[in-house]
Design a protein around this ligand. Structure first.
Ligand code: CA
Length: 220
């Protein structure tokens, strides 16, 4: 999952970036509204975390511009308790939910999962395809009834494929789900992660489509 974090408060931004990285999200952090809008239009994110009071372009305007251009990315606004009118405006302009500052990081992560889940059209927190079940809350994975402990990045990669079973993701698309802006991409990471997942779950769990990418077969 790749998240655009828009927050001009350095302390809050750094804390949220750390918490999201610990939860194996790829995070791009920007501190101004202008850059946020440009990034959200240029890159496919799974979620935008949007502060409202921002330099150069306020969060409400970022939201308005994104929805006006039909960007469907889930947007979670992050506001102070006294910004009631902005919060209402944000929801009316197409934000998916909001979190009040100061917030508990665990609550933020739970709301993010809920928003992403609704976007995927599912009320269930579990991601299931055939014999594979993946739990984004506990990060438990099971395949054919056996559970396996995947690393954070292995989990993130498998999750990216499982969100759309049957769809082929290229190396670049997978790397974009795993790495944020300031993280160095190692050249064979995708192969290493897939090797790890196959070793733990079985070789058939991820298919290689030669020269194109990888997919999880859609279960019948
Ligand atoms: Ca702010």
């Amino acid at each position: 999952m790749r998240v655009l974090l828009v927050e001009d408060d350095r302390m809050i931004g750094a804390a949220v970036q750390q918490a999201l990285s610990d939860a194996a999200y790829a995070v791009d952090w920007t501190t101004d509204g202008e850059q946020a809008l440009a990034a959200a239009l240029a890159q496919a994110y799974d979620l935008v975390l949007l502060d409202l009071g921002l330099p150069r372009r306020d969060g409400i305007d970022v939201l308005r511009q994104l929805r006006a251009r039909d960007a469907r990315v889930p947007i979670l606004i992050v506001t102070a308790r006294d910004e009631v009118e902005d919060r209402i405006a944000g929801l009316d302009l197409g934000a998916d939910d909001y979190v009040l500052k100061p917030f508990d990081v665990q609550e933020l992560l739970a709301r993010m999962r809920a928003v992403v889940r609704r976007q995927g059209g599912s009320a269930s927190p579990l991601l299931t395809n055939g014999a594979i079940t993946l739990d984004p809350v506990t990060r438990d994975v099971s395949f054919e009834g056996r559970s396996a402990a995947l690393s954070g990045r292995e989990f993130t990669l498998l999750q990216a494929l499982l969100v759309r079973p049957g769809a082929i993701l290229s190396r670049q698309e997978l790397e974009e789900r795993i790495y944020g802006w300031n993280e160095e991409v190692e050249s064979n990471t995708v192969e290493v992660l897939i090797h790890g997942i196959r070793r733990k779950l079985g070789p058939a769990v991820i298919r290689n489509v030669r020269g194109v990418g990888w997919r999880v077969d859609r279960a019948a």
